[in-house]
Design a binder for this molecule. Structure first.
Ligand SMILES: O=c1[nH]c(=O)c2[nH]c(=O)[nH]c2[nH]1
Length: 327
């Protein structure tokens, strides 16, 4: 095999493979953190939209010669995901993906690597009457949230067994508005500047996060104390947004990232992609009211990308203690 071939982009697979399993064992025993009341995931509905890709030099002749003798039909890939979902013994998306990747590698010896992404199909409890109050129904759920947890894993065959070469967990489409307590001022003022400085703006952000564990095993949920639930990550983001009188989205996501990594030292990094969807002001002051009237922002939209690592946490601690010592 030439070096060129080794690096060739070649894969095929199936997307939008929806799989639902009910009554998977609950995920309990998560580490409690001050920012979140989330302590367990009931897993009554374990539902994902999966995308699978198979990789391997053996597939070259299917592209160059139309030789299908080693082609696992993408339709069969879908069937494997569906049928093997019944055999998964764990209780996290990460563990499920690892399990499915191994099924493919064990079954077909000509596959070099399997990449699998799952995006949660989220369901919330609905409330039903109980006595004088209400409680969560344990049978009716509502498909409702914007945000969806995501997981990607790539497992590669090596001479000494399979190896995880890519893994990340995340959540996408978290949409948060803070109605006051955000500013944006002090930016470059020159002949191109038209944006007014804002001492207080209604900051509406779209966030996508990904996080990587230092040891991928911690992401499987085998030791729930080491597992980080997407719900907890969201609660940290909510809390930091609530607490921080932020000067920009850039500053906000740095602080969210630091808090996440402080709470969960088992994570190596948190990656952010954010979008600024701040409402446009239509009526700034309303007599006898603190409020204003806004409309949707018009495109184009600003965005940010940032990775916070455990090294940043160390540096911030060192910087904070220097400031503390000099006081
Ligand atoms: O939080 C922000 N960061 C920016 O860099 C920026 N630029 C801009 O026009 N609005 C904002 N808001």
């Amino acid at each position: 095999m030439t070096a060129q071939n080794e690096n060739r982009t070649m894969y095929y697979g199936k997307g939008d493979v929806f799989v639902y399993r009910t009554f998977v064992q609950p995920l309990t025993g998560l580490r409690k953190i001050p920012e979140s009341s989330f302590t367990e995931r009931d897993n009554t509905i374990f539902g994902f939209n999966c995308q699978i890709s198979l990789k391997g030099e053996a597939f070259l002749s299917s592209f160059t010669e139309g030789d299908n003798s080693l082609v696992v039909a993408t339709d069969s890939m879908k069937n494997i995901i569906h049928r093997q979902a019944a055999n998964y013994q764990g209780n996290t998306a990460e563990g499920f993906l690892k399990f499915i990747c191994e099924v493919f590698l064990d079954k077909y010896s000509h596959i070099d690597a399997v990449e699998l992404t799952a995006t949660e199909v989220p369901f919330d409890h609905v409330l039903v009457p109980k006595g004088e109050g209400h409680e969560n129904s344990d049978v009716v759920y509502r498909c409702s949230r914007n945000e969806r947890a995501t997981t990607t894993i790539e497992v590669k065959r090596t001479p000494t067994g399979s190896k995880i070469v890519k893994h990340s967990s995340g959540i996408v489409d978290v949409h948060l508005i803070k109605v006051k307590g955000s500013s944006f001022y002090g930016f470059i003022q020159d002949e191109y500047t038209t944006l007014p400085e804002a001492q207080d703006r209604p900051l509406f952000i779209y966030l996508d996060f990904d996080w990587e564990y230092s040891r991928w095993e911690d992401g499987t949920g085998a030791d729930p104390e080491k597992y980080v639930a997407a719900e907890q990550i969201c609660d940290i983001a909510n809390t930091v947004f609530h607490e921080l009188n932020n000067r920009s989205i850039q500053q906000l996501i740095y602080h969210i990232g630091i808090r996440i990594l402080e709470r969960f030292p088992q994570l190596a990094n948190v990656q952010f992609k954010t979008n600024n969807r701040t409402w446009e002001t239509v009526v700034e002051t309303i007599p006898n009211s603190e409020g204003s009237v806004y409309q949707e922002p018009r495109p184009p939209y600003g965005f940010q990308g940032f990775v916070v690592t455990q090294e940043d946490v160390k540096q911030k601690k060192a910087a904070d203690s220097t400031v503390g010592a000099s006081r």
